[in-house]
Design a protein around this ligand. Sequence first.
Ligand code: SF4
Ligand code: SF4
Length: 176
Amino acid sequence: MHISEIYKSIYRYWDDTTPLYGDCGKLCGKACCESDETDEDETGMYLFPGEEKLFKEDKNFRVVSSDFSYGDGKIADIAICKGPCQRDLRPLSCRIFPLIPYYKNGKLTVIQDPRAKHMCPLAQKKALSYLDPAFIRKTEQTFRLLLRFSEVRSFLMGLTEILDDCLKFDPTEDLI
Ligand code: SF4
Ligand code: SF4
């Protein structure tokens, strides 16, 4: 089975699980989904290894290479969303935001993404207790499954180095 099939199963497992019971977009005007293709600073979401296969032919996304390399020099892809959102087909990064896997010394945890603090109210430390426990659990379970793939392990180790750089500026970040 190709790993892209695993992602399809993961999407089904997530169903419509979101960070809060309600619509958190009302807190912030859906800040994490704002993207302007005419903007030179347009941003996207990392695709996890093998996930790009699901989005390269999807007209709602543009898949481009990022400047993040991991493992033996593999380049991570980014999906730039053109919207409108197809909830059941959104990338894993969209589903877990603002949580992120943190993988170090063979140990997996999930944390609030320090890179999200400038935009997401739910990435603030005090918001942790408001997150839906199912949302936290599914994030952790998803990456426990994906860690079976060596490329995902390499990706997460590289990603954790990026997170560590961010956490140097905020060493009070809590691991969940
Ligand atoms: S920025 Fe945070 S609070 Fe706002 S829609 Fe995205 S996840 Fe929800
Ligand atoms: S796919 Fe949906 S959740 Fe993800 S950035 Fe686009 S609009 Fe937002």
